[in-house]
Design a protein around this ligand. Structure first.
Ligand SMILES: NC(=O)c1ccc[n+]([C@@H]2O[C@H](COP(=O)([O-])OP(=O)(O)OC[C@H]3O[C@@H](n4cnc5c(N)ncnc54)[C@H](OP(=O)(O)O)[C@@H]3O)[C@@H](O)[C@H]2O)c1
Length: 281
């Protein structure tokens, strides 16, 4: 692996497990100054030590944040900004599936809050430093699961009816709508925003789902090394330096579902998300 990320600062969320951990380790191997974000110290510390040891890179730092808490996301952004004056690559990767409906301390449905509002709020809080560091990149880990998803603005928080898969699909469609809208808003800044499907990968993502689902995932699908390839490609490859507002699978540009290209829906989602996170639209 070439050390072509030397001098660059990268932040990867959900870096203690699965795709995020492999992505973080690759960036560390390539010489980046790296911040890994994990839910807490118990989960983050072993990942930090492993990434440092395997990559031989000492400039890896752990920050903690539970993305179910907007207060913690704001604290994470403040902590990052107080210690770093640049950010070249932001990888929004932390995500989950929840079998039963749960709400966050802010009162939002967990899947929507972590998978979408988490990406939305952290990115917006770090947008100025990304612009100051341009050319810079935002990489959002979405999923092919969005293909059968739809934005249910009448019941975004699944209050009337909850299905784990419908909530997950909606959150992953939101990742794509957010990426496309963000790229439009970032036009002319040299900050790119792209999203991806990592493949169907044996990770811990289905750990809260019925045993058969998590077992099938572990049994039949490929490992996190393969799953991280497109994230690493979008974060580092010179080939996509000027590419923005696209959806990738297997390191290639791909079509996302029809709804994801609806600019009105993307604008509406942005406005609702800004309201729910207390940001200006
Ligand atoms: N695996 C697949 O087949 C697949 C397919 C398409 C898309 N994806 C996407 O890939 C991304 C990574 O998932 P993965 O498959 O690598 O699963 P994973 O092994 O479960 O990793 C998910 C990461 O997100 C973190 N996370 C979840 N909720 C969090 C919270 N509230 N606060 C802070 N961190 C939180 C997890 O931390 P903890 O360990 O502390 O929970 C973990 O580090 C997700 O966005 C997922 O939607 C995965």
């Amino acid at each position: 692996m070439k050390k072509n990320m030397t001098g660059k600062t990268c932040l990867v969320t959900g870096a203690n497990s699965g795709i995020g951990k492999v992505t973080a380790e690759a960036l560390a191997r390539m010489g980046a100054r790296l911040v890994i974000v994990c839910r807490n110290r118990e989960r983050g510390q072993p990942a930090l030590e492993e990434i440092k040891k395997k990559s031989g890179n000492r400039e890896v730092e752990l920050m903690t944040c539970d993305f179910a808490s907007q207060k913690q996301i704001r604290h994470l952004a403040d902590e990052f900004l107080s210690g770093h004056d640049r950010l070249d690559v932001l990888v929004n990767n932390a995500g989950l599936m929840r079998r039963y409906r749960e709400t966050t301390e802010d009162g939002f449905e967990m899947t929507f809050a972590v998978n979408h509002l988490g990406y939305f709020l952290l990115t917006n809080l770090l947008l100025d430093v990304l612009k100051d560091s341009a050319p810079s990149r935002i990489v959002n880990v979405a999923s092919v699961a969005h293909m059968t998803g739809t934005m249910n603005f009448d019941d975004l928080q699944s209050e009337r009816e909850y299905s784990s898969m419908a909530a997950y699909r909606q959150s992953k469609l939101a990742n794509i709508l957010f990426t496309y809208e963000l790229a439009r808003r970032l036009e002319g800044t040299l900050v790119t925003a792209n999203c991806l499907h990592p493949g169907v990968i044996a990770t811990n993502i289905a750990r809260d789902m019925p045993k058969a689902v998590s077992f099938a995932l572990k049994l039949f699908f490929t490992g996190a090394e393969k799953g991280a390839e497109t994230s690493i490609y979008l974060a580092t490859s010179p080939q996509v330096e000027a590419v923005t507002g696209k959806y990738f699978a297997d390191k290639k540009e791909a079509r996302s579902n029809k709804e994801s290209y609806d600019k009105e829906i993307a604008r509406r989602l942005w406005e609702v998300s800004a309201e729910l996170t207390g940001l200006e639209a």
